[in-house]
Write a protein of this length. Structure first.
Length: 581
């Protein structure tokens, strides 16, 4: 029996229903008091939403923390406000932790760990983390879920979904699709609750990136990990955020002591991230400074004298500098298929041309269309954002805001960006923020272009391209003799007045719908006028015939009801238009 079963089966069904109703009333009450749904949908007042999430407890605090990393879903102002959310969860007693581990692994603690610290060094919404040592002497970090947290999360999410009908009270001028947002949150939460996903991600990321220059990745011990227990190799180090703060201070003081180190770190981060994207097709989707450690090595430390092959094809080996970058937390990863990778490479290469149309077509090629798409309108809306990128320096671009606005433009044009693309854009912006602090002169896009070109060259099927080119050339040679006769036929058609000009304009469907509505109203008005005139004639011409008079009166009543309906509909339409403005 799992903790979820154990935590819920002890209560009778009536008690569980009562708790469920109480919790639902609590959620709805807090959502209404802080106007959460309206603020989220319209992306207003992030402080109120954060306060509501804090009041609602661990599940909603975790929801806010997830959204703080999803600037493709919420505005940067919301993301920054949600970063202030702090877990204030009481740690479970050691007896509870021991029971969870032994029930999950099926083994007593002393058959897995030589030592296990009873006091956790961190406790969050989903679980707590302990230092321990395996029987072979390897130091590890053990993350254990809180008992019953999966049932609590499932309940809160289901109740949050039940509260969504309150959306009918929200004005239509919404910026964010709340149902889509809740769906994304639900997937993220349930993925995080299943530790097996993080085990698979961590093992794959370790295989692909550990020992890549100064990059190090902790080994995941799948043998001891379960759905609720995660065992990782312990790696010392401090968050790179501390080093970044030191660099900001050094810049203010004009101190150039760390210039070589910071440039090396920036270059390594960029090269490794682009390798993840264009070579592995599997990348860390949440590389914020808290998930990257910097470890300074001292003489005598393991790995201090490590060497790697020279860069750029040079012969021989070089010694690594005395510091290492360590990636952590593999719960949120991105995966790119070969076809999507080719499309992303096309987008990056197209950006080099600074041609909005070419970039827009490349974006359309890697997106899904959810309805009719006005490509010209999309290109026009896309131009300001791309122009901002073209004309700005690295430190002047707000990547979080840029990504949010890009997603909003796509959504408004019935274009759904591939989730992997939005995840990549968010990760790209996060890494770029770190790189901008370490080395403002290094542009990730400048480094990404050669990677994209290399990828396209390596995956270019030269034989197929040559065959297509030869076939196109042969077809052109074959059609060339026909050009004079076709030109003459076109001139004759023009001379005889048989030419036809097709005009294509944007929003033509909307225009046609408007014309159709106007015609319908005119026809209805004519019918109403005829009905009124006919009814008047019936009443006046047969005053003594009661049933004919009644028909005329019925015609009057029908006309009045229809006219009142038309007036109400017109006023409601004007009101909705005013609200949208």
């Amino acid at each position: 029996m799992t903790e979820m079963d154990e935590g819920t089966s002890e209560q009778p069904q009536w008690k569980k229903n009562q708790n469920r109703h109480t919790r639902f009333r609590t959620i709805v009450g807090v959502l209404r008091r802080y106007n959460v749904l309206s603020n989220l949908a319209r992306q207003k007042n992030p402080e109120q939403v954060r306060a509501a999430f804090e009041e609602l407890g661990p599940t909603f605090i975790k929801i806010g923390q997830i959204l703080s990393a999803r600037t493709d879903i919420v505005k940067p102002e919301f993301a920054n406000e949600f970063k202030k959310l702090q877990d204030d969860v009481k740690a479970d007693d050691y007896d509870v932790v021991q029971r969870t581990i032994e029930r999950q692994t099926g083994k007593p603690m002393d058959e897995i760990f030589a030592t296990f610290e009873h006091q956790p060094f961190a406790s969050a919404s989903m679980g707590q983390t302990h230092h321990a040592t395996l029987l072979n002497g390897q130091k590890v970090v053990v993350k254990v879920q809180h008992p019953g947290i999966d049932a609590e999360v499932a309940l809160d999410i289901s109740l949050f979904e039940r509260a969504l009908p309150l959306l009918r009270y929200i004005p239509e001028s919404s910026v964010v699709d709340l149902r889509e947002m809740v769906g994304e949150i639900k997937r993220s939460l349930f993925n995080e609750l299943d530790t097996n996903i993080e085990v698979r991600n961590g093992s794959r990321f370790y295989r692909l990136n550990n020992q890549d220059d100064i990059i190090r990745v902790p080994r995941v011990y799948a043998k001891y990990s379960t759905q609720k227990v995660l065992v990782n190799q312990y790696m010392p180090g401090d968050s790179i955020q501390h080093f970044m703060a030191k660099m900001i201070k050094a810049d203010r003081e004009g101190n150039q002591q760390f210039d070589d180190e910071r440039r090396y770190l920036a270059h390594t981060l960029v090269q490794n991230f682009l390798k993840q994207v264009f070579e592995d097709g599997f990348f860390h989707a949440d590389p914020h400074p808290g998930n990257i450690l910097l470890r300074e090595l001292k003489p005598g430390d393991i790995g201090y004298s490590d060497t790697v092959p020279q860069r750029r094809g040079k012969i021989g080996k070089r010694r690594l500098p005395p510091y290492r970058l360590v990636y952590l937390d593999f719960g949120m990863m991105g995966e790119i298929s070969p076809s999507l990778m080719n499309g992303i490479a096309n987008v990056i290469v197209a950006v080099t041309t600074e041609d909005t149309r070419q970039v827009g077509k490349a974006i359309l090629a890697i997106s899904n269309r959810t309805g009719a798409v006005d490509e010209e309108g999309f290109f026009s809306e896309l131009a300001p954002f791309l122009g901002q990128y073209y004309n700005s320096g690295l430190g002047d671009i707000d990547f979080q805001g840029l990504l949010f606005e890009m997603v909003k433009v796509c959504r408004s044009n019935n274009i759904q960006m591939n989730p992997a693309v939005t995840m990549l854009g968010k990760a790209f912006g996060t890494i770029e923020g770190i790189v901008e602090t370490l080395d403002p002169n290094l542009s990730m896009l400048d480094v990404a272009r050669p990677f994209a070109r290399k990828y396209m060259q390596e995956h270019l099927n030269l034989r197929n391209e040559l065959e297509d080119g030869v076939l196109a050339t042969l077809q052109g040679v074959r059609d060339a003799p026909k050009l004079p006769s076709r030109l003459l036929a076109a001139l004759e058609t023009f001379e005889n007045g048989q030419t036809r000009v097709n005009i294509v304009f944007s929003h033509r469907k909307m225009f046609i719908d408007r014309i159709d509505s106007m015609v319908n109203k005119v026809v209805l008005s004519v019918i109403l006028a005829a009905l009124i005139v006919g009814s008047s004639l019936l009443v006046q011409s047969h005053p003594d015939n009661s049933w004919i008079t009644n028909i005329g009166i019925f015609g009057y009543v029908t006309a009045v009801v229809v006219i009142i309906g038309l007036v109400i509909g017109t006023l409601h339409s004007w009101y909705q238009h005013w609200r949208r403005k």
